[in-house]
Each structure stands twice: as structure tokens, then as C-alpha cells.
Ligand binder design. Structure first.
Ligand code: IDP
Ligand code: MG
Length: 138
């Protein structure tokens, strides 16, 4: 069993897509074992996206991620990281496959509706950024 961190980003929460995106996740057989809605400060968004701090889009990305509520979820299942990345689709929605969340809902390469961890190491770090053990069901 593997766990991964999913985020429904402000562009999607704002458009009332939370339920539809969670349904797409559950329909793929991924189990939600942690879930909450929060608002990130600019500093918290910068902390989460530290790996991108030298990218030209860092300031704009962290403004966007702190522009409104997000929904953070921990997903569990066999091969959950890769399965959820496949469901999300490519970073740029223009390159995303039909049937993916980003193809369906993303507005552009930045406001692309969802986040997902990209490796077991990062999943652990990202889950711990938002959840303590008591907030995850067994
Ligand atoms: P990922 O979310 O598919 O893993 P990353 O390369 O890790 O993509 O980038 C993190 C986030 O930064 C993306 O989801 C997107 O919101 C934003 N981003 C990535 N590349 C660009 C870009 O070229 N311009 C603007 N925003 C970008
Ligand atoms: Mg990434």
C-alpha cells in the first residue's frame, strides 16, 4: 500500500469542482484516508513549493496557491502515486490525455486544478506538511 498527497487547487475549489474531482479519484479505486479544506499563506505556499524556488513561475505560482481555499487529501492504494499522476494528466492541460482531471478542468499550465506527489520520498514529505497521524484514518 502506498500513500500520496493530492491537492485540489484554488482555481478548482473556486469553480465548485471539489466534489467532481474527489469522485474521479474515488472512481479510480483510490481510498481517501485524510481530507481537509484550508487556505495557505504565501509563506506556506512557498514552503510547499521550495523545489521550484528558482523557477521563473515561482512567485506567480505561490500567489495563485495562496489566492483561495484548497482541499488537501491523502490517497491510499497499490501504486497510488503513479495511478493518481496518470489520473491528473500532464502539467500543461494542452498535453493532457482525454479523461484526465487536467484535460477536463485545468484553465492553463499554472491554474491546472490539481497537485499530486511525484515520488515516495516527496509523498512522505508532502503528507507531513499538511497532516499529523491523528488526521489519517487507519
Ligand atoms: P506537476 O504539478 O505536474 O508535478 P511541476 O513541474 O511540479 O508540475 O510544477 C508545479 C506546478 O507549477 C504546476 O502544477 C503548475 O501549477 C506550475 N507550473 C509548472 N510549470 C509552469 C509554467 O511553465 N508556468 C506557470 N506555472 C507552471
Ligand atoms: Mg510536481
Amino acid at each position: 500500500m502506498e500513500q500520496t498527497l493530492a491537492i485540489i487547487k484554488p482555481d478548482a475549489v473556486r469553480r465548485n469542482l471539489t466534489g467532481e474531482i474527489l469522485a474521479m479519484i474515488q472512481n479510480k479505486g483510490l481510498k481517501i484516508v485524510g481530507l481537509k479544506m484550508i487556505s495557505l499563506t504565501k509563506k506556506q505556499a512557498e514552503g510547499f513549493y521550495q523545489v521550484h524556488k528558482d523557477k521563473p513561475f515561482f512567485d506567480s505560482l505561490t500567489d495563485f496557491m495562496s489566492s483561495g481555499p484548497i482541499v488537501v487529501a491523502v490517497l491510499e492504494g497499490e501504486n497510488a502515486i503513479e495511478r493518481y499522476r496518470n489520473l491528473m494528466g500532464a502539467t500543461n492541460p494542452e498535453n493532457a490525455e482525454p479523461g484526465t482531471i487536467r484535460k477536463k478542468y485545468a484553465l492553463d499550465i499554472e491554474q491546472n486544478s490539481v497537485h499530486g506527489s511525484d515520488s515516495p520520498e516527496n509523498a512522505k514529505i508532502e503528507i507531513a506538511y499538511f497532516f499529523n497521524q491523528q488526521e489519517l484514518v487507519g
